[in-house]
Write a protein that binds this ligand. Structure first.
Ligand code: GLN
Length: 486
């Protein structure tokens, strides 16, 4: 077992005791990154990471992130380093500033060892649409199964055991769905808890900075480090940041957990359903009160359409600045319109073009009432129903996805309940801005699957507590594909 595989607290203790150095951790992480065959990286920052790690010689006892190697999705601005969002329209673009989370981690002297692939501009969920091609699931060496997206590179790198944590972003489920497919923990906190400054916007009313870890306590430690008011993001919250790890140490007394039966009923995979029901029994045994609730099938079925209209509309408007002039390569043309048309034609993949067409269509004056405003009203209804359930319950608890990681190109019936409900419900957390965490539950044919807990706004401490209890119930923690001794 390498120090890199331990929980942050234990790596930190070893660093402070000088049993291992930041340089050794960084070298090991880089070695694993270079051996990896899952196409996780936009770039590996070998030189930069080694040079920085070498300067870290005096351990900082009260700084748990000191000398810890990590990865960031390539839609976080990194000063002087290419940041492409896996899109050809941003090839070669080097931001002039760091995203706030990158700046925080730099100040804490965590070591950025690379930038990871994503579905282009963070739109999509398959890990197949970035300009470097498909990112694979490390649990399948044959490369037939996806890791999911859009945070595909960070999720795959975590599932391959390369670093102890990695940054991602989550607009619909982009951290929490791949976390399920990769057998890792995926966190999306309350909207506004972590500053989004420097994260490329996709749909700001739904966008969240998120991240992956392999231990619940690590996730709690990271939230404390990354959260807080940031003058550069006026939507960041002024609420005090808490000692979230304290929550992990203290089991809740009689937590009230709502299980959304309409979601469980729409599952067709018996292994996942049985494992989920079995975990319910164990939660009950640990003192939790389980309440079976129906969310309302019609509302659940409307999540995907609502999400697509709102997210595409916001994306169309936000990404209007990708005109081939301000950022990225020049693709030819003489007039402004021509330059823009060429850049957007050559710079975007089909998926992005399709989404911009949907977004523009929904925003056209004559369509706004029936599409954009209707979607907003429906979002409000969905949020109201979610908060109603959370009035009487501390958490909503559901399977994170209906299946293990799907095969590439596998056909799914996009109008089935399984797809519309069980494959899209994680967006509830984005609509309502509520904290939501995916964690592993089990394995089917060697591929992982997970569950998701969602809590009330800013009640992350309680959420980490129930997740710590759950981690003990499953006993799955610190795992990754190909881990020694497995
Ligand atoms: N899969 C969703 C989409 O296609 C979510 C993306 C995200 O969360 N960034 O947009």
């Amino acid at each position: 077992m390498h120090y890199l595989d331990l929980p942050l607290k234990e790596i930190h203790a070893a660093l402070v005791a000088k049993k291992v150095t930041p340089l050794e951790l960084t070298q090991e992480a880089l070695k694993r990154a270079k051996q990896n065959k899952d196409n996780c990286f936009e770039m590996i920052l070998e030189e930069e990471a080694l040079a920085f790690a070498e300067t870290l010689t005096e351990p900082e006892e009260d700084n748990i992130l000191w000398g810890i190697p990590y990865l960031a999705k390539d839609n976080f601005s990194t000063k002087g380093l290419p940041t492409t969002a896996s899109s050809n329209i941003l090839n070669g673009y080097k931001p002039l500033f760091d995203a706030t989370v990158i700046a925080i981690l730099k100040e804490k002297k965590a070591v950025l060892i690379g930038k990871t692939t994503l579905d282009e501009l963070a739109m999509g969920g398959t890990g197949t649409t970035g300009h470097l091609g498909i990112t694979y699931n490390p649990y399948d060496p044959k490369h037939e199964h996806m890791i999911g997206g859009s945070s595909c590179g960070s999720a795959a790198a975590m599932a391959a055991g390369i670093v102890p944590f990695a940054l991602g972003s989550d607009t619909g489920d982009s951290v929490r769905k791949p976390a399920s497919y990769g057998g890792i923990i995926g966190v999306k906190p309350t909207w506004g808890r972590i500053s989004r400054y420097g994260l490329f916007p996709f749909a700001p009313s739904l966008d969240h900075v998120g991240y992956f870890t392999r231990y619940v306590e690590d996730a709690a430690i990271l939230l404390e480090a990354l959260s807080g008011r940031d003058v550069m993001d006026s939507t960041s919250s002024v609420k005090p940041v808490e000692d979230y790890a304290e929550g992990c140490a203290k089991p809740l007394e009689g937590p009230r957990i709502a299980v959304l039966d309409d979601i469980v009923e729409s599952l067709t995979d018996a292994t996942i359903r049985d494992a989920f029901n079995d975990s319910l029994a164990k939660l009950e045994k640990s003192g939790a009160v389980i309440n079976h609730v129906h969310f309302g099938k019609e509302l659940l079925e409307s999540i995907y359409a609502t999400y697509i209209v709102i997210s595409c509309a916001e994306a169309t408007s936000n990404d209007a600045n990708l005109d081939g002039i301000k950022f990225g390569p020049f693709y030819g043309g003489k007039t402004y319109q021509d330059v823009m048309a060429q850049a957007r034609t050559k710079g975007f993949s089909e998926l992005i073009k399709r989404r911009f067409v949907i977004g523009s269509f929904a925003l056209m004056r004559e369509n706004q009432d029936v599409l954009f405003l209707r979607a907003q009203k429906n979002r409000a209804k969905i949020v109201e129903r979610t908060n109603e359930i959370l009035k009487d319950n501390d958490f909503i608890f559901v399977p994170a996805a209906p299946t293990v990681a799907p095969k590439f190109g596998a056909a799914s019936d996009k109008l089935s309940d399984e797809y519309l409900i069980a494959d899209n419900h994680l967006a509830l957390g984005n609509f309502a801005g509520l904290p939501s965490i995916t964690l592993p539950l089990g394995y089917e044919d060697g591929l992982p699957f997970g569950v998701n807990f969602m809590g009330r706004a800013f009640e992350e401490k309680k959420l980490f507590s129930i997740c710590a209890t759950f981690e003990k119930i499953t006993g799955i923690c610190g795992e990754y594909a190909g881990k020694e001794g497995k």
